[in-house]
Ligand binder design. Structure first.
Ligand code: PLP
Length: 372
């Protein structure tokens, strides 16, 4: 099918190298915990992938704990870190926001950024042992958080730091983040690996109690037979994600060109978060008067795949807590769609999106209003 796929933040197309690694691992018979040669071979695939994922974060392999994905990794950190109190930013992914009912929530400014001064005050109010969770890059807007400043505040207060880097992997260098965070979350399918694999990168001295128990896998931190094919694919994708960093400028040019063309066509278009530093691949696009759901369907009919704000797992489009937290009004927030580019994106994909978007506005009578 000839689709302009612009929904990498939901899931990236699987990279051929990752698919090949998955297929090769599926040919391997053996449980990675088994002692015989078949088990040892499967184990070798897991350990090779561990090294590849560790390299993406610039850490040693002993710091990688494989999970079933980003959601499980976030749950493991927030509930397994031994914190009595937890502070999470208001724009975290639901898997962080909902991981602990007792979490305190840290607000963000109009661009979706945590304010370090406000963070310092909130961190001081936490009863120890405590954890603060602030993501690297937002899934809806691409906005980058001031992780360094938050890390400094957390360190001074003796509070552990968790950083959900699912949307930052392959888009910014993770090594400086891993160097200051006690815990980092990664997910394979956002970087061109298979769905169903993720990891926590754990600080050398950071506690992590298993949530899944009953097996000694992952050094007792995550029980259950390892998903060898998915982990092998994750490793292959991690190698390529590191190389993608060199393409960030190219993706930023595509994204910026896309935004400039929409703005030229309809000056009323808004890009929430565009005033802050962002990862290069993401654009959140809002036009008052046209619901996000209608846009996603119209664009789908034009063979262009994008998301409505936060893509909900149920397929239903709900209000975006991220845009709510940024103070974006109802009309704009309800119209926000997300375009996200990645490793296979081309200028042609952007052209097709821009043409379909302009046609969609014309059909809705919106462009005519703007031009009048
Ligand atoms: N964290 C962020 C920022 C995400 O964007 C996502 C997925 O959209 C997740 C966590 C969850 O990852 P997974 O789909 O691997 O469970």
């Amino acid at each position: 099918m000839n689709i302009a796929y612009l929904d990498y933040n939901a899931t990236a197309p699987v990279r051929p190298e990752a698919a090949a690694a998955v297929a090769a691992a599926l040919e391997v018979t053996g449980n990675a915990s088994s002692v015989h040669r078949c088990g040892r071979y499967a184990r070798r695939l897991v350990e090779d992938a561990r090294e590849q994922v560790a390299a993406l974060a610039g850490v040693g392999p002993d710091r990688v704990v494989f999970t079933s994905g980003g959601t499980e990794a976030n749950d493991l950190v927030l509930n397994g870190c031994g914190a009595r109190s937890v502070l999470v930013s208001a724009v975290e992914h639901p898997s962080v926001l909902d991981a602990r009912a007792d979490a305190a929530v840290l607000g963000v400014d109009g661009e979706g950024r945590v304010d370090p001064a406000g963070c310092a005050g909130a961190v001081r109010g936490l009863a120890g042992p405590a954890l603060v969770s602030v993501m690297a890059a937002n899934n809806e807007t691409g906005v980058l958080q001031p992780v360094d400043a938050v890390a400094e505040i957390a360190r001074a207060a003796g509070v552990r730091l968790h950083c959900d880097a699912v949307q930052a992997a392959g888009r910014v260098d993770l090594a400086p983040i891993a160097a200051v965070a006690d815990y980092l979350t990664l997910s394979a399918h956002k970087i061109g690996g298979p769905q169903g694999a993720g990891a926590v990168i754990v600080g050398a001295d950071a506690p992590l109690q298993a949530r899944l128990r009953g097996g000694g896998q992952e050094r007792g931190r995550r029980a259950g037979t390892q998903n060898v094919p998915a982990i092998a694919g994750f490793g292959a994708a991690a190698v390529l994600a590191q190389r993608d960093l060199a393409r960030a400028g190219e993706l930023a040019r595509l994204r910026d060109d896309l935004e400039a063309r929409l703005r030229a066509h309809h000056p009323g278009v808004r890009f929430p978060g565009a005033g802050a530093p962002r990862v290069a691949n993401t654009s959140c696009i809002a036009v008052a008067g046209l619901s996000a759901e209608t846009q996603v369907i119209a664009l789908d009919l034009a063979a262009v795949a994008v998301s409505a704000g936060a893509a909900c797992s149920s397929g239903k489009v709900a209000r975006s807590p991220v845009l709510d937290a940024m103070g974006v009004g109802d009309d704009l927030a309800g119209s926000a769609i997300r375009v996200s580019l990645g490793w296979a994106s081309t200028a042609d994909d952007v052209d097709r999106f821009v043409s379909a978007w302009c046609r969609m506005l014309a059909d809705a009578g919106i462009a005519a209003v703007a031009a009048a």
